[in-house]
Ligand binder design. Structure first.
Ligand SMILES: [Zn+2]
Length: 67
C-alpha cells in the first residue's frame, strides 16, 4: 500500500518555509505526539503536546513546530 505524501511549499508567519540545510522550499508534513516512547527526554512539559514536522523533500531535514 503506497503512502501518499503531499509535497508543497509552506509559509510560516508570512515567510516561505526554507530548509536551513539545503535551501529547498518543498516540504511534506506529519503530526507527532510528543508523549510517544523515546521522546520523554524532551521534558515533562512536552507531554501530550502535538507537534507538526515539516520534512524537507530534498535532504530530509526535519523542522519542528509546536501547535
Ligand atoms: Zn533540505
Amino acid at each position: 500500500m503506497a503512502q501518499t505524501k503531499e509535497v508543497k511549499t509552506y509559509s510560516i508567519s508570512g515567510k516561505t518555509l526554507t530548509c536551513p540545510i539545503c535551501n529547498h522550499t518543498a516540504f511534506w508534513t506529519r503530526e507527532t505526539l510528543m508523549n510517544t516512547p523515546g521522546m520523554t527526554f524532551l521534558g515533562i512539559e512536552w507531554a501530550n503536546r502535538q507537534a507538526v514536522n515539516y520534512i524537507c523533500n530534498n535532504c530530509g531535514h526535519i523542522l519542528w513546530f509546536m501547535k
